[in-house]
Write a protein of this length. Structure first.
Length: 318
């Protein structure tokens, strides 16, 4: 039983007023973060560099000491029940520091020892196989490719079979093929029931992989919601119209619908997704006798949501 008083199963992670001040640098890296990550979620923690993502993860991993607030992992308070809390989480750090002297199997045995588990050849082999490293169990680490090393780091974090797996920037600096491979692996783990939390500053990654996204900026939690609802929040759409003949000036009837003239052959309309504007625009174009060659619409992207919520681009500093 976890130490939270509840009837429903505890969330994978719960943070209450979590804060961290790095005293020497006098940096407030986390500023009263309240966050609940439900079990079974594929959760994205998104924010530009320096937002506080690694600090948050390192607190959960027991590598950084928080300076305020509380945190529970699978219902276990990290202060009151540090061992149990830690037994319920596996953390894959950003750096790929693999000891050159340990084969994948030896590394897993060593980790099992750290967790006080007995050596379990079967489990180590199953884990290596699940991560596509079955035939590399006795390989020299230097012979492993970058992708294999990343998968080995995941195996290392999963030795104790934790229900929550945290990946810190799993695809930073990784090529497209390997990124897709890692996404697939993350999806498989999540389908198998593991709650996966990943940090990223790649919006495309959060958008295509995660069911829920929390945005963190400057140590503060800006929002946490279902990916779909986050995207629908900004339902501004843009319609571009290509005209068959040049247009000298914008008719008032179109200007009043919010049209802008980009140049003599192109108009742009911005409208709310659910509104009637699109059909009115098309009717009005025809009423003005303007022949349309093509129209293009664009859906909002997570990048624009981020800009709207924080007032700055995530690409800055990323
Ligand atoms: P992210 O993972 O989102 O890039 P970090 O958690 O690494 O963000 O950093 C958050 C803030 O805390 C940044 O301003 C960073 O400079 C600062 N910071 C991180 N680690 C330390 C440290 N060990 N000592 C002092 N400041 C730190």
């Amino acid at each position: 039983m976890s130490d939270q008083n509840q009837s429903a199963p505890a969330p994978a992670i719960k943070l209450q007023g979590l804060s961290k001040r790095y005293r020497r640098a006098d940096t407030l890296a986390l500023d009263h973060v309240d966050l609940t990550i439900p079990r079974g979620s594929l959760f994205g923690l998104l924010g530009p560099n320096g937002a506080g993502k690694s600090t948050l993860i390192n607190i959960l991993a027991g590598l950084v000491i928080k300076t305020g607030g509380k945190a529970w992992i699978s219902g276990y308070d990290i202060d009151k029940n540090p061992r149990l809390a830690r037994a319920h989480i596996g953390v894959v750090p950003q750096e790929l520091n693999i000891d050159p002297f340990f084969t994948p199997r030896a590394l897993l045995d060593l980790m099992a020892g750290f967790y006080g588990l007995r050596r379990d050849r079967r489990r180590a082999q199953d884990l290596l196989e699940a991560l596509g490293l079955g035939d590399r169990a006795e390989a020299y680490p230097r012979t492993l490719s970058g992708g294999m090393r990343r998968r080995l780091m995941i195996a290392k974090a999963m030795v104790h079979n934790p229900p929550v797996l945290v990946l810190d920037e799993p695809t930073a600096g990784v090529d497209i093929d390997l990124r897709r491979q890692l996404w697939e692996l993350v999806r498989q783990l999540n389908t198998a029931g593991v709650t996966v939390v990943l940090t990223t500053h790649y919006l495309e990654e959060a958008q295509s992989l995660c069911d829920t996204i929390a945005i963190i900026d400057d140590g503060k939690l800006i929002t946490c919601e279902a990916t779909e609802s986050l995207l629908s929040r900004l339902d501004d759409k843009v319609l571009r119209v290509d005209l068959a003949r040049p247009l000298e000036s914008l008719p008032e009837s179109l200007a009043s619908l919010g049209a802008e003239r980009i140049d003599e052959h192109h108009l742009r309309f911005r409208y709310r997704g659910q509104s009637q504007t699109l059909s009115r625009v098309l009717q009005q174009l025809s009423a003005e006798g303007l022949e349309v060659v093509d129209i293009h619409t664009r859906e909002p992207r997570l990048e624009e949501v981020f800009l709207q919520l924080t007032g700055r681009s995530i690409r800055l500093g990323a």
